[in-house]
Ligand binder design. Sequence first.
Ligand code: AHR
Length: 514
Amino acid sequence: MKRIFATIGMLALLSWAGHSQNRLLVDASAEGPEISKYLYGHFAEHLGRCIYDGIWVGPGSAVPNVNGYRKDVLEALKALNMPVLRWPGGCFADTYHWKDGIGPRDRRPRIKNVFWGGTVEDNSFGTHEFLDLCELLGCDAYISANVGSGTVEEMVDWIEYMISDDDIEMANLRRQNGRDKPWNVRFIGIGNESWGCGGNMTPEYYADKMKQYGSYVREYARDKMVRVGCGANGEDYNWTRVLMDKAARNMEALSVHYYTIAGPGWNNKTAATGFGEELYFSGLKKGLRMEELVTLHSQVMDQFDPRKRVGLYVDEWGIWTDVEPGTNPGFLFQQNSIRDALIAATTLDIFNRHADRVKMANIAQTVNVLQAMILTRDDKMVLTPTYHVFNMYKVHAGGTLLPVSFLSEKYSLGNESLPAVSQTVSRDASGKLNVSLSNIHASKAMKVLLELSGKTVARVTGGTLLTAPAFNSVNTFENPSLVSPVPFRDARIVSPAVLEVTLPPRSVVTFGLE
Ligand code: AHR
């Protein structure tokens, strides 16, 4: 049935190809893979002002807070229905000794954060503060264990401290520190970037480490925890191959990290603001490379795991630009524009399309670092354009991905072209369809003809549009709502199974079909 739909769809699309219009055929009754809610995950590291200032100000702060967590940020994050939060790093994780972060806060040791600005970390945000935060947010916890400079013993002590309900030393230590019942900790990462800041290991050496650490997670956590192997740096497919070959049986997921650099390279990432159309285009183009990366890593995984038991987790992704002028270069504080929101939307579309293998993704990072959801200054907060995309896309979490045939016009600049329109169509548990469409063209509106089979439509619901006056517009503390969602009314029902949708330039829209 699926193949027939694809063939008819392709023929219909080819006959349309001469027309300059975007055409989306959706098989509304088909059964695609479930879009894991964890694709909409987040990441918070002890880096710059992400944890301290961004999330945690401490109970004595003048900034309004709930037990030390910023009230404004907490409320904004709750609204996103965050499914999972990864912590404490990043590179920081492989220097983190969790016992530094428990017990009375004024007696916790002070350490140097060697990776991020050399600042003094007072450990006032530790295991209790993180896991209580996850409970407040109603999200799953994803702990990155220290493999680079830690031990197996340290990791299993941490596991027992967090999840054991027995009358044993570590669980009793937790009780002494004020928490009687264990927390629910679903995910554990075995090291972070072990090919780089996490110990500069070869894949063969790391595969042995993974097996060793993974064995003891299994013994101590049984099936309560998902073991995430540290994955490749971008296109390092050999890393994935070696890990799948040697250690697939000792993990439930393997990660990969990929950052979008709009500029020529790591030494010239270019600014987050004030850029011209070339950098707008190249940022989007480099973001779209995620398609190739997840396709090729998935192909390698398929060779060893055709049943797709091991999930691919893109547990760090997003655009990485130069820091804002005048800020600490080690703090990675950058602005966030409509370009970045479009990178988020097109990347989430890619993850959704690969929902059969990609089971988690964590954008870097939650507050004040890299492609953040939120920027803070003193007691003020700004929601970034990327925040709004996550808020719009949450309707797809846990839905069924619907197969489509799709033809998009091009967005060309110089000699290069990109598909102008990107899409996700899913069906939720109630049978409602949720559609997201983005138009990355800097200056041209796009009409999309959406045709359904297997369903007719009586009404369009909850339409939301995110666009901006210019392709480099940002929200600032002075003008925090310049790039904000507004109601979208340009999805017109032409006949019960056909809609015409008009997308403004540089825009993301989401709407429901009932
Ligand atoms: O997110 C910032 C850093 O990027 C992380 O600490 C590291 O894992 C990656 O290189």
